[in-house]
Design a protein around this ligand. Structure first.
Ligand code: SF4
Length: 210
């Protein structure tokens, strides 16, 4: 059920060209919004890059920062991409933040042969682009629509709309089955959409919707 915030709720999104900001500016920005009462911020992506190739962060930076670093090795499940969702967008159809966090907790880092990206959106406008993710979940008037087989990259693909399910629990069951299918069947260098196409979408549906 929708839990929409009041209509007069505002959002401030500081413009950060190309998403790059100096550490000093970022600290100042955080100080200002915190002193004005802000409690949360949301990155429009799920990744913050610090230090570039050829530079050398301290070996214990994860311990110092209290944050594990994202591992960009080939294949595996990447961090879940979430739209602004109910916390920062009044247009959401249903709350999806907790669902996205649960999906990230369950699957981020799962080592499968292919790269697998999951995108979650709070309405059909699809700001987190679930239609070009290996697995997309977007809120729908009747529940949650699950999309599968999309990707960007060298050979972009639009996802199939797999089904619309009424509950988050059913979303988790189906995504679980899709990740298991990927683990069993995806080959290195082939994204899920290619594998599903080769093995047949009907066979895929039978396996993951059983
Ligand atoms: S997908 Fe919908 S809920 Fe999410 S940020 Fe876009 S408009 Fe808002």
């Amino acid at each position: 059920m929708s839990q929409k915030p009041p209509r007069d709720r505002g959002t401030f999104a500081p413009r950060i060209p190309a998403g790059i900001i100096s550490v000093k500016e970022l600290r100042n920005l955080i100080d200002v919004v915190e002193s004005e009462g802000a409690e949360n911020v949301k990155f429009s992506g799920e990744t913050v890059f610090v230090w570039g190739e050829g530079e050398h962060p301290p070996e214990n930076i994860a311990e110092l920062s209290g944050k594990e670093g994202i591992d960009f090795k080939f294949g595996g499940v990447r961090p879940v991409k979430l739209c602004s969702a109910e916390t920062f967008c009044q247009r959401f159809q249903r709350p999806v933040r907790d669902l996205a966090l649960e999906l990230d907790k369950r699957y981020y880092g799962r080592q499968i042969n292919a790269k697998l990206v999951i995108g979650v959106a709070g309405c059909q406008r699809s700001c987190s682009e679930p239609g070009i993710k290996d697995v997309g979940v977007r809120a729908h008037p009747k529940g949650y629509e699950i999309l599968v087989g999309g990707c960007a990259g060298l050979k972009p693909r639009i996802a199939w709309s797999l089904c619309i399910v009424p509950t988050k629990e059913r979303v988790l069951e189906i995504v679980d089955a899709i990740v298991d299918y990927s683990e069993r069947n995806c080959k290195r260098s082939y994204r899920l959409g290619v594998t599903v196409e080769k093995r047949g979408i009907d066979a895929f549906k039978e396996e993951v919707l059983a």
